[in-house]
Ligand binder design. Structure first.
Ligand SMILES: NC(=O)c1ccc[n+]([C@@H]2O[C@H](COP(=O)([O-])OP(=O)(O)OC[C@H]3O[C@@H](n4cnc5c(N)ncnc54)[C@H](OP(=O)(O)O)[C@@H]3O)[C@@H](O)[C@H]2O)c1
Length: 280
C-alpha cells in the first residue's frame, strides 16, 4: 500500500511511519505540509496518489488552544476537511486520529464509540469537528494520554523531575487509559491495511489517575514513589486554562467486538519505555 502520513514528525507520527516499514510511505511532517493550506494539501495528495492517508497533523497544545480557538479550528477542523477533500478526489481512504477530549467526562462508566460527544475544551471541539469532516467510510481512531519515545510527554517529564527529587503533585480525580505511541501505531496500521471503516477507541489497557500513572512511572524507574503526591484538579495552581474530562476512560468496544487484539496493559508498555529512555 502507499500511505501518506500527515503530522509525520509528531510522537505518534514517527511510530506510525516506523510501523509502515513494509509499505510505501510518504511521510509529511509539519514543515513539509501545513494541513491548513488547502492548495498544498490537494497538491501533495493528488501528486503522490496514496491508497490511504493517516491524518495525524494537529495543533495538540490543549491549553494554548483555549486562547486561540480560530487557529484550533483552522488546523484541526478545517485541516481535516482539506485532507478529506483531497482523499475523495483520488479515492484514498482516510484514518483520522481523535481524542478522549471529545467527551465531557460526566458518564460514570467507560465511554463506548456510540456515546454522544460533548467536548469541554476548544481543542476537544476542534478535534470533534474534524471527526465530522471525514466520510462515513473513513477510520476514526480515538485515543488518550499518549506518550512514547519521541517528543515531549508526561513520562519524560516525570522521570526528569523524579531524578531531581522534585516534589511531584498530580491530580487524582481525572482517570484515563495511558497509551503508548508504539502500541497505538501498530493498531492504526492494522486498521488501515484491513480497510476497516468507522470509529474505534484504541488505548492501552488499565485505568489510572494521573497521580497513579505518575507513581507507576517513578516505580518503573526504580525511584522513590513517595515523591509523588495526589491533589485535586481544583487545587492546581495556577489552574489549567482548558477543562479536562474527569472520566477519560475509552472502552475499546469496537476493537473487542471485531475480534481484534487489545493493546497491552499500560504497565507492561511503561516498563519497556522507561527501560529505553533510561538506557538512552
Ligand atoms: N498526545 C495525546 O495524548 C493525544 C491524545 C488523543 C489524540 N491525539 C491525536 O493524535 C494525533 C497525533 O498526536 P501526537 O500525540 O503525535 O501529537 P504531536 O506530537 O503534537 O504531533 C502532532 C504533529 O502535528 C504537527 N502539526 C501541527 N500543526 C500542523 C499543521 N498545521 N499542519 C501539519 N502538521 C501540523 C505538529 O508539528 P509541530 O510540532 O512542528 O507543530 C506535530 O508534529 C493528533 O491528531 C492528536 O490530536 C493525541
Amino acid at each position: 500500500m502507499r500511505v501518506f502520513v500527515t503530522g509525520a514528525g509528531g510522537q505518534v507520527g514517527r511510530e506510525v511511519v516506523a510501523a509502515l516499514r513494509d509499505h510505501d510511505v510518504v511521510a509529511a511532517d509539519h514543515a513539509a505540509l501545513d494541513v491548513s493550506d488547502r492548495d498544498a494539501v490537494l497538491q501533495a495528495v493528488t501528486t503522490s496518489v496514496p491508497d490511504a492517508i493517516v491524518h495525524l497533523g494537529a495543533w495538540t497544545a490543549v491549553d494554548a488552544c483555549e486562547t486561540d480557538p480560530d487557529r484550533a479550528l483552522v488546523v484541526n477542523s478545517l485541516g481535516t476537511r482539506h485532507v478529506a477533500d483531497a482523499a475523495r478526489r483520488i479515492g484514498a481512504r482516510v484514518c483520522y486520529l481523535s481524542t478522549d477530549y471529545v467527551f465531557d467526562g460526566t458518564k460514570p462508566d467507560p465511554y463506548v464509540e456510540w456515546d454522544t460527544p460533548h467536548p469541554l475544551s476548544v481543542y476537544g471541539r476542534s478535534k470533534y469537528r474534524g471527526e465530522c469532516e471525514v466520510d462515513p467510510d473513513a477510520t476514526i481512531v480515538r485515543t488518550s494520554w499518549v506518550c512514547g519515545r519521541h517528543g515531549h510527554n508526561m513520562v519524560k517529564t516525570i522521570l526528569r523531575l523524579a531524578a531531581d527529587r522534585k516534589d511531584l503533585a498530580f491530580v487524582d480525580d481525572q482517570h484515563g487509559h495511558p497509551t503508548f505511541a508504539g502500541d497505538l501505531a501498530l493498531m492504526v496500521v492494522r486498521l488501515v491495511v484491513d480497510r476497516r471503516p468507522g470509529l474505534f477507541h484504541v488505548t492501552n489497557q488499565g485505568v489510572a489517575s494521573w497521580y497513579e500513572f505518575a507513581r507507576a512511572v517513578v516505580e518503573s524507574a526504580g525511584l522513590d514513589a513517595s515523591l509523588v503526591r495526589p491533589i485535586a484538579t481544583r487545587d492546581l495552581d495556577p489552574p489549567r486554562p482548558a477543562p479536562r474530562p474527569a472520566n477519560s476512560v475509552l472502552d475499546n468496544a469496537a476493537l473487542r467486538g471485531s475480534g481484534l487484539p487489545m493493546l497491552p496493559h499500560f504497565r507492561d508498555s511503561l516498563e519497556s519505555l522507561v527501560a529505553d529512555l533510561t538506557r538512552a
